[in-house]
Design a binder for this molecule. Structure first.
Ligand SMILES: *Cc1c(COP(=O)(O)O)cnc(C)c1O
Length: 407
């Protein structure tokens, strides 16, 4: 018999690290989701840039069914065909020659940071071990990744954290110059900061980061966990920056909701993760790789990628129209379908209010920090769902504005 559970059950049985909304969705199709009571929601959140092909995509459902009937898992004492096919595709489509599979963005970054240290150790000795990263960046929740991440609150109380890590401001080349040295083994950056507030890298900055890395023989690691797999209108965002990293991490949209992560690297760099240096029990299992292969096949087509840019314009237009009426946003920015709307000073620290009201109106949105409302919908969200979503968002904004006046 199935036990009856409600939102209240969460507080009874779950570790209290999340504060989930009262809504418990039970079914999704495309960019629409329904809860137990049958209430419908439009999904402008995409499970935080994960469900890039929406919910229950028919091709993916078939792939899951077929693979589930064939083979789930073997352990890495053997390889498998889906993993080999996926790795082949990823290397053909990117700068990379080698791939390591894991199960999440944090794990992909953990592998990348370990590889950077190990590569420097192999080629330059143990002194070259420092990692430079950026303030406000987000790279995951393991102890190493919160340490490289630029948000001190995620480290608080978990010390001692790994050392040899420095931070400076994003898009500030002078600060980076002051921090980088011949002891730096890697510079880690998101081509567009996601959790930090949807902040794209300046093209000139990205170019100079690459030059500084070359000058100091440091690896350039791009964290594309959020920006990758079509999110910005190209398979990976680095293609638009005109800068090629040495190591790149991917997860989130790669599995469309099925856990999978990947670290991509050049052949020379990858060689430092020699036999026995690193591993993962589930990493590269046939189930996850079969799904990711289908995701990449569908997304890396002109049809889907061009559609991302078209939908970007629709999102910017929708947000601009609401803003002309209600004056709640001081900046609307982003790349592709990773769009942020920074709230004006009257709503400073309270972007969450827009999320809360939107949910009540039947719309999922996200925040990125305390001041930015974030949108990361399916890359193939139907235009009528975008239109209906903005009708609901306008109602939510009107309520937030009214509440703000009476407060
Ligand atoms: C979400 C995210 C991560 C962490 O991914 P998990 O799958 O939650 O471990 C790392 N880096 C970036 C840029 C992300 O957006």
């Amino acid at each position: 018999m199935t036990e009856q559970v409600t939102r209240a059950t969460f507080d009874e049985v779950m570790v209290p690290n999340y504060a989930p909304s009262a809504v418990i969705p039970v079914r999704g199709e495309g960019s629409r989701v329904w809860d137990k009571e049958g209430k419908e929601y439009i999904d402008f959140a995409g499970g935080i840039a994960v469900t890039a092909l929406g919910h229950s995509h028919p091709t993916l459902v078939n792939v899951v069914r077929e693979q589930a009937g064939q083979l789930w898992h073997l352990a890495n004492v053997m390889t498998n065909e889906p993993a080999l096919r996926l790795a082949k595709k990823l290397t053909e489509k990117t700068f990379a020659d080698r791939v390591f599979f894991c199960n999440s963005g944090g794990e992909a970054n953990e592998a990348a940071f370990k590889l950077a240290r190990r590569y420097a150790f192999d080629h330059f000795g143990p002194e070259k071990n420092e990692i430079v990263a950026f303030n406000k960046s987000f790279h995951g929740r393991t102890l190493f990744t919160v340490s490289v991440g630029g948000q001190p609150k995620y480290k608080e109380g978990f010390e001692p954290t790994p050392g040899g890590i420095g931070h400076c401001d994003y898009n500030n080349i002078e600060q980076l110059k002051a921090l980088i040295s011949d002891k730096t083994c890697a510079v880690v950056m998101e081509p567009i900061q996601g959790e930090g507030g949807i902040i794209p890298a300046d093209l000139e900055f990205a170019k100079q980061v690459r030059e500084l890395c070359d000058q100091h023989k440091a690896l350039l690691v791009f964290d594309e966990v959020q920006s990758g797999v079509g999110r910005t209108g190209t398979l990976f965002a680095y293609e638009q920056l005109g800068v090629t990293p040495d190591v790149l991490t991917s997860a989130k949209a790669l599995g469309n909701g099925f856990p999978v992560g990947a670290m991509l690297a050049t052949k020379d760099v990858a060689a430092s993760l020699a036999i026995g240096t690193h591993g993962s029990t589930y990493g590269g299992n046939p189930m996850a790789c079969a799904i990711a292969e289908a995701v990449v096949d569908i997304i890396d087509t002109p049809e889907v990628l061009n559609g991302v840019n078209k939908r970007h314009d629709l999102f910017v237009a929708g947000l601009t129209a609401i803003n002309e009426k209600y004056h709640v946003f001081k900046d609307i920015r982003g790349m592709g379908l990773l769009v942020g709307a920074e709230v004006t000073d009257s709503f400073k620290g309270n972007a969450k209010a827009f999320l809360t009201e939107a949910t009540k109106e039947g719309l999922f949105v996200l925040v990125a920090g305390a001041d930015v409302v974030r949108f990361a919908p399916s890359l193939i969200i139907p235009e009528e769902d975008i239109a209906e979503g903005f009708v609901r968002l306008e109602r939510a904004v009107a309520k937030v504005v009214a509440d703000n006046k009476t407060a």
